[in-house]
Every structure is written in structure tokens, then in C-alpha cells.
Design a protein around this ligand. Structure first.
Ligand code: NAI
Ligand SMILES: O=C(O)[C@H](O)CS(=O)(=O)O
Length: 482
């Protein structure tokens, strides 16, 4: 891989301030576009995780004693390095995850924005004084870092899902032990290389590669870990939630989604098509906030369907390093099988393939961008998160009908709708049972806003000033001044 700074691609893990080299063994990391070997990372487990947690406990105490300004300055230095190296970080990300290079570099900027945002938030963690309940009492409320944080992150945003956690954690004065996804560890390792260069103290940030079950077991059982923050499937989130019960950890869970995307009769159709393209096809449909179900009101169904199909037909699928490619490969063969199953199930129940529907001629894990029409709520694609490039169109007649359909899921992460009537905008925003609502936009994720869901989509919020709270404990001090 051609990098301006080859030192960013390290075949090693960072354990308590010490680099453990893979030395040509361990977990092989391959390019999902070509199958080519990128390199190896060490196959570590419980012992190394325990060592990293112990080092984090020591480093965190010293880090928390620094001034907020000092922590902010270090984080800003990390941000500056991420931006300076964003092309290299993007190339590493495209190589191991597959998304088009422009989109990968965009993720680096998005990921860096969390470090920038929380460098600023670090200096605004304010406590409270409250009028005493007795003449000789004074009440203080202190905000202190929760301590050692364990983080487990997914392959689909191998940079931003880490910084969305590391930013507030380090800003608050915490330490972090991270297990990245085995498919995309090099993006995490490159972040650790830059964190060291930025002056993050040794042991404060560890990146452990290896057995997810063993590493996760230590993270959830070790009482030194006071918070676990996880982004990934609901299935694994539930497992980790249960594993954390015995040590009563604070949990941050960013889990699966099943986002509805609703187009009302009064929508701006061209804007709705543009919004549907980004909400559905960003990262080739491999995001938890992707539009999973597209509901179109009767009066505009045919026009919207025609416009969307024409726009999707213009999307180019291919290797993320090829100029002009919009959609990369799916992450693995299992993802391809799930897309095929959803299409086969829908067609068997009466849906029609308006575009695509087949594995791409490029082979491997490339799949045609697909538009399905006449989709109904009985089909698997309506109930399960596809995590791939299928745009299923559902027809509806009335507002209350589509709200009921949109909310008929155990997930509650992102939702979207296009309408111009102001009363409708408020009615529908309030009625959708989701953590996030995009109105007349298909792209809502930003460091300034609280990202997160309800129901089986998780717990807590990441980003915005709310994002600091998840890494802070409140301490009530009752002062007797008699
Ligand atoms: N809500 C959100 O922000 C996001 C949700 N997701 C969801 O995750 C799924 C796709 O991402 P994946 O990475 O395949 O999810 P996944 O849940 O299989 O893996 C996520 C992370 O958990 C680790 N992991 C897996 N089993 C584990 C165990 N037993 N103990 C400890 N760690 C374990 C994996 O190695 C990876 O690092 C989709 O359902 C998607 O919706 C993915 C990204 C963001
Ligand atoms: O992992 C994901 O899907 C991200 O949470 C989506 S986003 O934050 O990049 O929108």
C-alpha cells in the first residue's frame, strides 16, 4: 500500500504502552475488494487485556489530575495529526474495509471532528452548587471521570466509531482499552500511532487485537473497567450487556437499526431522491442508520420510484481505489448471502426487481445496487436489517398508517421523512419512535448532535455535549459548616 507515512500501517497491537508485533502471524487482514493480504495483527486474549486494563488504571489517575486545558491541548494535537494524515488514514481504511477512497477520507474528517469537538468540551465539564437543605449545610455536585473504559467497535466505520468514543472518554479524564473489529484493525492501530505522537500518555489508550470472546470476557468481568461502550449488532450488544451485569458497568450501546424513510405526497421529490440515495447507499448500505424501508405515499409512488431507480442506475460499483466508484464491496460473503436472501424472500412474496437484484459481474463480494417495488411488511426485508444495497419501496395511503408501519419494529435508531407541511413535520417527528429523525435530509450524523437509539437499538448517546455525560460520574458532597 502506497503511504506517505508508512509508519501508520503497523502490524502490531498496543498493550499498556508496549507494542506487540505480529511478526507475520496471528490474524490475517485482507482487502475485501481483491482478497489480497494487507498484513497481520497479533492474536491476543485475556492475559493481554488484563495487562492493558491494569496499565489503564494507573495512567488514568495521572491523566485525570491534569488540567482540562492540558487534556484539551493533547486532543487537539491528535486531531491535527489525523487531519494532516487523512489521505494515508483513508487509504488504510479503504484497503481493509472497501469503501471508496473519497468516502474513506470523508470518514477520517468525520472521525477527527469528534476529537476536535471533545477537545473543546473537555473545558466545559461544569459541576453544581445547590442551596443547602439546612442552615449549616452546603451542597456541591462534582463531575469526575468514570475511570477505565472498555470499547468494542465494528468494521463498517473503523475510524469514526473509535473516535466517537475515545474523544469524550479522554476529554473527561478516562482511559480506554479498545478492541477493534478483526476485519479492520489497521485503522485503529494507526489512530494509536498518532495518539502516541500527540502525547497521549503511555498506557492511557490500548488497542487489543485477537479473540473477541476472550477480550470481551475480560473487559466485562474485570471490575476495574467501569464503563463498556459497544457499537455493533444488537445480538452481541445483548451478550455484552448480560456479561457486564455482575460488575454493574455503565453501558453505552450503539446497536442495530431498521430505519424507515417516508416520502409524503407534499415532499420535494428530487430532494427526497437525493436523500434516499445517501440514506440508503452510504457505505454500500452498511451503516446502522441506513434507510432499511422506503415508504412512498400513493400520489407520488410512481414518480418517486421512477426517479429513484434512474438515480440508482447511475451509481458505479467497484474497487474503492478506482476513480468514480460510488459503491465498494460488501464486507464478506455472509453479507452477500443476507442480501440474496432478502431479495429472494421478497420476490417469492410478490415484490418486483426494478433494478439489480444479482451479485455483481465483478464477483467476490460485489453486489448490484438494487431497487425492489411492491414490497410489503410480511417480507424479511421489512423486519430485518439488510446491511446492504437494497432499496425496498412500500406504498402507503394515509399518515397514521405509515407511522404505525414505521414504528412496527423492535429497533429505534434512525428514521427519515420528506414533507413540507409544517404541522405534518411536527406531528410525524413527534410520533416516530426513534432516537433520531431526519426531516428533509438523508444524512444526520455529526459530532454536534446526540447519536443513539431506543428499544433494541441501544443505550446512551454519542456526540454533542450530551456525549460527555456517558463518561462522567456525579459526586454529591454535603458540606457541614456549623
Ligand atoms: N448503532 C450503531 O451505531 C451501529 C450498529 N452496527 C450494527 O452491527 C452489525 C454489523 O456490524 P458487525 O461489526 O458485524 O457487528 P458485530 O456485533 O458482529 O461486531 C461488532 C464488534 O463486536 C465484536 N464482537 C463480536 N462478538 C463478540 C463477543 N462475543 N464479545 C466481544 N466482542 C464481540 C466484533 O469483533 C466487533 O469488534 C449490524 O447489525 C449493524 O447494524 C454497526 C455499526 C454501528
Ligand atoms: O456505524 C454506523 O453505522 C455509524 O454509526 C453510522 S454514522 O454515525 O456514520 O452515521
Amino acid at each position: 500500500m502506497e503511504l506517505q507515512d508508512p509508519g501508520l500501517l503497523r502490524q502490531a497491537a498496543l498493550v499498556g504502552g508496549e507494542w506487540i508485533e505480529a511478526n507475520g502471524a496471528g490474524i490475517a487482514v485482507t482487502n475485501p475488494s481483491t482478497g489480497a493480504l494487507i498484513g497481520y495483527v497479533p492474536r491476543l486474549g485475556q492475559a493481554e487485556t488484563a495487562r492493558a486494563i491494569a496499565a489503564a488504571e494507573t495512567a488514568q489517575k495521572l491523566w485525570a489530575r491534569r488540567t482540562a486545558k492540558d487534556r484539551a491541548d493533547t486532543l487537539r494535537g491528535w486531531f491535527n495529526l489525523m487531519i494532516r494524515h487523512k489521505e494515508d488514514l483513508g487509504r488504510i481504511l479503504t484497503a481493509e474495509q472497501g469503501k471508496p477512497l473519497a468516502e474513506a477520507v470523508g470518514e477520517i474528517a468525520y472521525g477527527a471532528s469528534f476529537i476536535e469537538w471533545f477537545a473543546e468540551e473537555a473545558r466545559r465539564v461544569y459541576g453544581d452548587t445547590i442551596p443547602g437543605h439546612q442552615p449549616d449545610k452546603r451542597i456541591l455536585v462534582m463531575k469526575q471521570p468514570i475511570g477505565v473504559v472498555a470499547a468494542i467497535t465494528p468494521w463498517n466505520f473503523p475510524n469514526a466509531m473509535i473516535t466517537r468514543k475515545a474523544g469524550p472518554a479522554f476529554a473527561a479524564g478516562c482511559a480506554m482499552v479498545l478492541k477493534p473489529a478483526s476485519q479492520t484493525p489497521f485503522s485503529a492501530i494507526a489512530l494509536a500511532v498518532l495518539a502516541e505522537r500527540a502525547g497521549l500518555p503511555s498506557g492511557l489508550f490500548s488497542v487489543i487485537t485477537g479473540s473477541a470472546a476472550q477480550i470481551g470476557a475480560e473487559m466485562t468481568a474485570n471490575p476495574v473497567v467501569r464503563k463498556l461502550t459497544f457499537t455493533g449488532s444488537t445480538e452481541i450488544g445483548i451478550e455484552l450487556y448480560a456479561q457486564s451485569a455482575k460488575t454493574i458497568k455503565k453501558l453505552g450501546l450503539e446497536l442495530g437499526g431498521n430505519a424507515p424513510f417516508i416520502v409524503f405526497d407534499d415532499a420535494d421529490l428530487d430532494a427526497a431522491v437525493e436523500g434516499a440515495l445517501i440514506a440508503k447507499f452510504r457505505n454500500n448500505g452498511q451503516t446502522c442508520v441506513c434507510a432499511n424501508r422506503i415508504y412512498v405515499q400513493d400520489g407520488v409512488y410512481d414518480a418517486f420510484s421512477e426517479k429513484l431507480t434512474a438515480a440508482v442506475a447511475r451509481l458505479k460499483t467497484g474497487d474503492g481505489f478506482t476513480q468514480g466508484v460510488n459503491l465498494g464491496p460488501l464486507i464478506d460473503q455472509a453479507a452477500v448471502e443476507k442480501v440474496k436472501e432478502h431479495i429472494a424472500d421478497a420476490v417469492a412474496q410478490g415484490a418486483k426487481v426494478a433494478l439489480g437484484g444479482q451479485p455483481h459481474a465483478l464477483g467476490g463480494t460485489f453486489f448490484q445496487a438494487t431497487v425492489l417495488t411492491d414490497v410489503t411488511s410480511d417480507m424479511a426485508v421489512a423486519r430485518e436489517e439488510t446491511f446492504g444495497p437494497i432499496a425496498p419501496l412500500f406504498r402507503f395511503a394515509h399518515e397514521d398508517e405509515v407511522i404505525a408501519q414505521a414504528n412496527d419494529t423492535e429497533f429505534g435508531l434512525a428514521s427519515y421523512f420528506y414533507a413540507r407541511d409544517l404541522a405534518r413535520v411536527f406531528r410525524v417527528s413527534e410520533a416516530l419512535d426513534y432516537g433520531m429523525v431526519g426531516v428533509n435530509t438523508g444524512l444526520i450524523s455529526t459530532a454536534e448532535a446526540p447519536f443513539g437509539g431506543v428499544k433494541l437499538s441501544g443505550l446512551g448517546r454519542e456526540g454533542s455535549h450530551f456525549g460527555m455525560d456517558d463518561f462522567i460520574e456525579l459526586k454529591y458532597v454535603c458540606l457541614g459548616i456549623a
